[in-house]
Design a protein around this ligand. Structure first.
Ligand code: LMR
Length: 351
């Protein structure tokens, strides 16, 4: 039998519950409608954007522009902190840092993405893009879209392609004009099997190392030369350490801008819209300016240094192509036949 005190306690609890639910149904809690202005009341969101090049380069300036546009469009609610020069992570570390959420945006050179999928090697094929128009058509078309889409399998959201420009070759061991001039020399290259195979075909030694190690490798004579865009050669002062530079335009160098899918999915629709709009405007700006910037900086190297500059004549370029083009077939299986064929067609259209 229950005691009288027990009945009193039970009755009291029932009364209290009835009073609470009665109040709720008479005065239901009002849902606050969504209002964009509320966003401003929340804490500021801060994203870290890490990259390895100098600020006065196509990627450095694009990252800065993206940060400015995002701040402007969000009235300062979203802040992009840009860390240039590999000050947070090297190019070898940054993909893992993105996956682990230590950094929110990166823009590695596409040559370094072979570790995610061999498809990316298509952009490293020799003389793949004969002109900047060819590069923009390839990047904005099916090839570029397929590559960005392939990142999804790794939990990465591919946001855009930011081109830098075409690669040139520098060396301390005599002018490089004919393909056989590279024989026996050593060059620092990016982490790419397709690039490595091209140097092997030319009987040169290719040393894969990070971008931020390049200056030291050249300075200490661990390699004879390197290949890069003019903006990287200029901003990192590689030209001060090298006697010769060949304007060969033998390969493309550009970036895939990316976020982790997890971080992307955590954002509100309002934030996603701002990021995408700012990315689209930045990409349009970068596509217009990157190639021009490389041309302008070549003039600065000419004015400010004693490096000897050699330009491949059309006949010389033909010889280079004849030596290197077999790489297309060597990598057709690994990259994917369709992608390689598409690239060949694009090249033929602009040659
Ligand atoms: C390099 O490693 O030479 C380049 O990928 C650096 C860069 O990001 O432009």
């Amino acid at each position: 039998m229950k005691s009288a005190a027990g009945y009193v306690l039970l009755a009291g609890t029932v009364l209290l519950l009835a009073a609470f639910f009665g109040y709720q149904s008479f005065f239901p809690r009002e849902e606050i409608p969504y209002d964009d202005d509320q966003e401003g009341l929340k804490d500021q969101i801060v994203f870290k954007f890490s990259h390895v090049v100098a600020e006065n380069t196509p990627k450095g300036l694009a990252a800065q522009k993206f940060a400015e546009l995002v701040a402007e469009k969000s009235n300062g609610r979203i802040k992009i902190e840009v860390f240039p020069n590999g000050s947070l992570y090297s190019d070898i570390e940054e993909i893992n840092a993105l996956k682990e959420g230590q950094v929110h945006f990166i823009a590695p050179s596409t040559s370094k993405l072979g570790m995610l999928s061999p498809q990316w090697g298509v952009l490293d094929l020799p003389f793949a893009f004969p002109t900047r128009e060819a590069a923009l058509e390839g990047l904005n078309g099916n090839v570029g879209k397929q590559l960005l889409g392939s990142l999804q399998g790794d939990g990465i959201k591919g946001l855009a392609h930011w081109p830098n420009g075409f690669k040139q070759i520098t060396s301390n061991q005599g002018p490089i004009q004919k393909p056989e001039d590279l024989k026996g020399q050593s060059f620092r290259i990016m982490q790419s099997d397709v690039i490595s195979a091209q140097f092997s075909r030319l009987k040169a030694d290719a040393v894969q190392d990070s971008f931020n190690s390049t200056y030291k490798l050249l300075e200490e004579g661990d390699v004879d030369g390197e290949e890069n865009t003019i903006s990287n050669i200029y901003s990192k002062k590689f030209y001060n350490l090298q006697k010769h530079m060949t304007i060969s335009n033998h390969g493309y160098l550009g970036y895939a801008v990316m976020m982790s899918e997890k971080v992307w999915n955590e954002q509100t629709e309002g934030t996603k819209k701002i990021l995408l709009e700012a990315m689209e405007e930045t990409t349009a700006w970068n596509s217009r300016r990157a190639f021009e910037m490389n041309e302008e900086l070549l003039e600065k190297i000419r004015e400010n240094s004693s490096i000897q500059i050699h330009e491949l004549t059309p006949e010389e370029k033909q010889k280079w192509k004849a030596e290197l083009v077999p790489v297309y077939e060597d990598f057709s299986q690994e990259i994917g036949k369709n992608l390689v064929e598409e690239m060949k067609e694009l090249r033929a259209k602009y040659e």
